[in-house]
Design a binder for this molecule. Structure first.
Ligand code: ADP
Length: 551
């Protein structure tokens, strides 16, 4: 009053409000955290104020919470308002001093004689308030009783008020607990919504390896229903090998520096099938102790893509190798062919120069002319081979099939080859084949080629045996020699274009690597096959199979 400048408010002179407690900020924050301000009336608190009114025979009983600029009544008996400004608050003093406040006659108390609630309605005279503490120890308000006449308040009254306040604090604790439960439920619902929304499978496991939970993505991935896996051992969804590893992660995770570990693993589906996964394991402490959370991503698609890429790269590599091989063969071919051409042309030039420049006898002229003719024939054969192969491979070779007496043609060819050289013995065993439908020129090309090879690649004095027979609707022709033979690994390759075997025994034999590919192409154009069997050092047999009915 005196010394305190009067304040105005709604026409009343207001006494200064109670000073603020030193830790007012913490107190207000504790009050706000309770989330109790402006909540609906609650019977648990109302029954206490009702009891207080009866017990103390007063018209007004309140549970008043002191907010930053008001006091708000959680429970209020005898007052029409649910709150008043803080300046008019008696309770603020009890809160400030953290002890019971008893005002026997407010008109006699310098702090309140000018209070608007004293000079005006409800004309407070008597006030007794006990601080009300929240569980953290902050006084957030009071339980108080108020009368409009002055009163005494003895020690036993104070004790009764203290007891009632203790009961109100119990209710407050209960209220806080409910709040925590609601907050937890909200957090759990939020967590569940997040778990349901993420695309990755999430599995939580306790320290014994028992599954605590699976989100919907994990349930779908492993093929189980909502709760089917809860409590089961994690081995159910992981291969045994990975369980040991998860335990190792668990042991490491019990150290403070533990981080997430990501690795590939193998998971087991409910159907028993296994599939690859990317697994990220994180350990955290929860109220259930140490818990592992595994984020699982199905790696099947990634693995498949990787395998496909690897296969594509491997195929590319094979193709590249093949290209490199073909290019090597082609350049070998170019050098072989140019060498063969040059040799033949050198012969022709030398023989013709001698015929031009020297006086030759008629026999010598005949010999040289024969040599020139042989070289010219070689050149002609080579050019024909190259052109034939190009034609066959581009699909431009047209066969001219007719009825041919195969045995007779082969017999003639063998006889001619025998006449041409005396170094090898040629034998033909006809198989009594009748007419076969085929292109005779091409048959001659094939048999000549095979006979020439058989002679070329076997030592002098060797025998070349030719046989024919009927084999499953086909004419079968086999030409066997006693020559150098062909290694097993090369048996197919010799049918490739330009392929020649680079061995001591064959290096000096002239050739272009075109004969056998032509043989096979012709056989295939007739609807037949050509292949070789051989034993190195013992000889080779080349087989030709041509349908009797023609191409
Ligand atoms: P060329 O005889 O002109 O080299 P070919 O295509 O006819 O070409 O034969 C390819 C290769 O197959 C020959 O270089 C040779 O190494 C091998 N070869 C072919 N026939 C025989 C055979 N009867 N005995 C051993 N090797 C052979």
């Amino acid at each position: 009053m005196e010394g305190n400048p009067p304040q105005s408010g709604g026409g009343f002179h207001l006494m200064p409000a109670a000073p603020l407690p030193v830790d007012e900020k913490d107190r207000l924050s504790a009050l706000s955290k309770l989330e109790i301000l402006d909540t609906a009336p609650d019977e648990r608190f109302d029954r206490l104020t009702r009891l207080a009114r009866t017990l103390f025979q007063v018209p007004i009983a309140l549970i008043s919470l002191v907010d930053s600029d008001r006091q708000w009544f959680k429970s209020c008996y005898g007052l029409a308002d649910s709150e008043t400004e803080r300046e008019a608050s008696f309770c603020a003093y009890a809160v400030l001093n953290r002890e019971p406040l008893v005002v026997k006659d407010a008109t006699e108390d310098a702090r309140f004689s000018d209070n608007r609630l004293v000079v005006g309605a409800p004309f407070i005279r008597f006030y007794a308030g006990m601080p009300l503490y929240e569980s953290g120890g902050q006084p957030i308000g009071t339980l108080c009783v108020i009368d409009t006449v002055p009163r005494e308040f003895v020690e036993s009254d104070l004790q009764a008020l203290r007891d009632l306040t203790a009961m109100a604090e119990n209710e407050l604790t209960h209220f806080e607990f409910e709040l925590a439960v609601r907050a937890r439920e909200a957090a759990e619902a939020r967590e569940a919504a997040i778990l349901a929304a993420v695309g990755d499978g999430l599995v939580t496991i306790d320290h014994s390896g028992a599954i605590l939970s699976l989100n919907p993505a994990a349930q779908a991935m492993f093929g189980y229903g909502a709760d089917e896996l809860t409590g089961q051992d994690v081995r159910v969804i992981l291969s045994d090998e990975h369980r040991t590893e998860i335990q190792a992660v668990f042991v490491n995770s019990s150290r403070p520096s533990a981080e997430s570990v990501t690795r590939e693993a193998v998971a087991r589906h409910q159907s028993g099938g296994e599939f690859p996964i990317d697994l990220t394991i994180t350990a955290f402490r929860s109220d259930q102790g140490l818990v592992l959370i595994g984020a699982v991503r199905d790696a099947t698609a990634r693995k498949r893509a990787e395998a496909e890429t690897a296969a594509a790269l491997a195929a590319q590599q094979v193709a590249n190798d093949e290209l490199a091989r073909l290019s090597r063969q082609k350049s070998e071919f170019v050098s072989i062919v140019s060498h063969e051409f040059r040799t033949a042309l050198t012969g022709i030039r030398a023989f013709s120069e001698m015929m031009r420049d020297q006086d030759l006898s008629a026999d010598e002229v005949k010999d040289f002319a024969g040599d020139i003719n042989a070289d010219a024939l070689r050149l002609n054969r080579m050019i024909n081979d190259i052109l034939d192969l190009e034609k066959m491979e581009s699909g431009n070779l047209v066969l001219r099939p007719e009825e041919v007496d195969l045995d007779a043609t082969v017999d003639l060819l063998v006889a001619r080859a025998q006449v041409a050289q005396a170094t090898h013995r040629l034998v033909f065993k006809p198989g009594g084949l009748g007419a076969v439908r085929l292109d005779e020129d091409r048959l001659i090309q094939v048999v000549s080629n095979l006979l020439s090879n058989a002679i070329k690649y076997s030592p002098e004095g060797g025998q070349v045996s030719v046989r024919t027979w009927v084999d499953n609707g086909c004419a079968h022709l086999a030409i066997a020699d006693q020559g150098v033979g062909i290694p097993k690994a090369e048996l197919e390759r010799v049918f490739d274009r330009y392929a020649r075997i680079d061995a001591d025994s064959t290096r000096n034999v002239s050739g272009t690597g075109l004969g056998l590919p032509i043989v096979r192409q012709i056989a295939q154009l007739h609807g037949g096959q050509a292949w070789a069997e051989s034993k190195v050092g013992a000889g080779s047999t080349f087989h030709l199979l041509l349908p009797l009915g023609g191409p």
